[in-house]
Design a protein around this ligand. Structure first.
Ligand SMILES: C[S@@+](CC[C@H](N)C(=O)[O-])C[C@H]1O[C@@H](n2cnc3c(N)ncnc32)[C@H](O)[C@@H]1O
Length: 257
């Protein structure tokens, strides 16, 4: 299949106007911040810097800016998502805190340790968790913090239909506990983890995606757009039937020095 056509099909279905592009919601982001800072957000310095990687249309970016009141660099490689984020930031009068950056996370390179917090909801899979954690460590100041969510197995021995679905789209999906070891191996101290609740999948994500898929006609009827459409339907159905077996887990950690 053609990669560009595939990306076009993904961007067409996952429209910037959707509330968000992965499971999550403000309550989840706030809970993660609370666990990471142990309720101590009031003590953040005024030059605290955040990097939100794979920010999409910025649901969590806005939450970070609102909660932390500090500058957030919002990185994504799809400009229409960043445009939508800017529109939302303007509407909330948060634009002065948000710096959009259209870039490929794979080309970030070694950082100079300038961020106090790196955030990545639903985007570590792009690089692979281990590679992402090692790269993002170089972006952090010593003792800096990192929070990310990713799709993991919650239990072994999932039903065959569920395993078959992920074998097609996510063959290396790790077990939730294995990621804890990866966190340590990549030079972090794990602070906490939690599994996102079901409503964080449905309310702001799948309900809206489901609505968008009703009668959806891709601009170009090609093999790629048909495959992505089938995957989107399949994803929702797989979650509806098998959500006990897999989930999104929030991993919260500090750079170990
Ligand atoms: C599943 S979405 C999550 C978006 C957002 N964090 C959320 O939770 O709604 C993954 C995001 O990563 C972005 N992305 C994919 N590949 C990327 C890359 N190579 N560099 C930067 N961003 C990328 C996509 O454009 C998309 O916005």
């Amino acid at each position: 299949m053609n990669h560009d056509k595939m990306m076009n099909a993904i961007h067409e279905i996952f429209d910037p106007a959707l509330p968000r592009l992965a499971p999550g919601d403000d309550a989840v982001t706030r809970h993660a911040l609370d666990l990471l800072f142990n309720g101590g957000l009031g003590r953040l310095s005024s030059d605290f810097r955040v990097l939100d990687v794979g920010c999409g249309n910025g649901s969590q970016t806005l939450c970070l800016a609102r909660e932390l009141g500090c500058r957030v660099t919002a990185l994504d490689n799809h400009q229409p998502y960043l445009d939508e984020l800017q529109r939302r930031a303007q509407a909330e009068e948060l634009s002065h805190l948000i710096q959009p950056l259209c870039a490929d996370m794979n080309t970030l390179g070694d950082g100079e340790g300038e961020y106090d917090l790196v955030w990545a909801e639903g985007s570590a899979f792009v690089m692979g968790i281990s590679q992402a954690l090692r790269a993002w460590r170089t972006q952090l100041v010593p003792g800096g913090a990192l929070g990310f969510t990713d799709l993991v197995w919650l239990q072994d021995e999932a039903p065959a239909a569920c395993r078959d679905f992920f074998a097609g789209i996510c063959p290396d999906m790790p077990h939730a506990n294995a990621v804890k070891q990866t966190v340590a191996d990549c030079g972090y101290e794990l602070v906490d983890t939690f599994t996102l609740p079901g409503h964080a999948w449905w309310k702001n994500f799948y309900m809206h995606l489901k609505e968008r898929l009703v009668g959806f006609q891709p601009a170009e009827d090609c093999e790629e757009s048909r495959a992505i459409l089938e995957m989107a339907h399949g994803e929702i159905e797989n979650y509806r039937k098998h959500s006990d077996w897999f989930g999104y887990v929030f991993y919260l950690m500090r750079r170990a020095d």
